[in-house]
Design a protein around this ligand. Structure first.
Ligand code: PTJ
Length: 243
């Protein structure tokens, strides 16, 4: 039992949730270490949405709202942390929700799809094929889903799929607390923010941005600037850590 007055209550409850989801086969065991890495970077940005992350979230909303075939890619960690937020983003953006896993088994796919449906998402499922140019199991996706997407959001990604999707001509939005990761560096747009803070902001922006706002955000998109701002925030916090 985690006491609500514990100073790290939210973090501990989240860890407990992930551990429970690992035991029930939703989160891969490796997902627990991925979460730990994310937490470390979250400390460095002060566990808050920075101004540059908010700009990235609004830009992500503009990209999703102007896409022809937007897709939200969901893995085990994302489903465990934010199934309701995924459903909310889908309702606001009209994007398809599709499960895509690195540690892929049919059993995990089915469990994650059920969890998303219970949270109110409409999941694009059915026959998957090995369609992406990757030697691992993230290659499995649906022809009318991820394979045909023009804009795809990939929270907590693990590397080369992002690069493959960009090479296929897709716009890729990454949500990754590590601005140095391969995914963060290769994405069209990187949101350096914690997933459960980022998704509601994207959803809000999908509902609130005017056509002119979207146009302005899209024409000013600069991922190099967003990444360097995230690194600057972290460096600043480190250099003032003991002040
Ligand atoms: O469910 P599967 O089988 O598809 O596997 C999913 C994992 C997460 C295990 C897989 O994608 C993986 O190994 O990912 P990585 O390479 O550890 O990358 C995950 C990235 O997400 C890291 O850079 C973390 O810093 C970041 N991250 C972790 N938790 C969060 C996060 N970013 C935002 N919000 C978080 N809550």
């Amino acid at each position: 039992m985690i006491p609500p007055d514990h100073p790290r209550y939210r973090s501990l409850v989240t860890r407990e949730r992930l551990a429970e989801c690992a035991r029930s086969g939703i989160v891969a065991m490796e997902g627990l270490t991925a979460h730990g890495r994310g937490e470390a970077f979250d400390y460095l940005i002060g566990e808050r949405t920075t101004a540059s992350a908010l700009l990235a979230e609004q830009t992500a909303a503009a990209m999703l709202m102007t896409a022809r075939r937007p897709v939200i890619s969901v893995n085990g960690n994302t489903a465990a942390l934010a199934a309701h937020e995924i459903a909310g983003l889908q309702a606001a953006s009209g994007a398809l929700v599709e499960v895509n896993l690195f540690h892929r088994t049919e059993d995990r796919v089915a469990r994650i799809e059920n969890l998303l449906r219970e949270a109110g998402a409409e999941v694009f499922s059915g026959e998957a094929e090995r369609l992406l140019p990757l030697s691992h199991d993230r290659a499995w996706c649906r022809r009318e889903g991820m394979f045909s997407a023009d804009v795809i959001i990939v929270p907590l990604e693990d590397g080369d799929r992002c690069e493959a999707l960009v090479a296929m001509g897709k716009k890729v939005i990454a949500v990754d607390l590590n601005p140095l990761s391969r995914t963060a560096q290769r994405a069209t747009l990187t949101i350096v923010d914690e997933l459960t803070r980022a998704l509601p902001e994207i959803t809000r922006a999908c509902r609130e941005l005017s056509a002119a706002d979207r146009e302005r955000l899209l024409s000013a998109t600069d991922n190099h600037y967003l990444l360097s701002e995230a690194i600057r925030e972290m460096t600043m916090r480190l250099s003032h850590a003991l002040d």
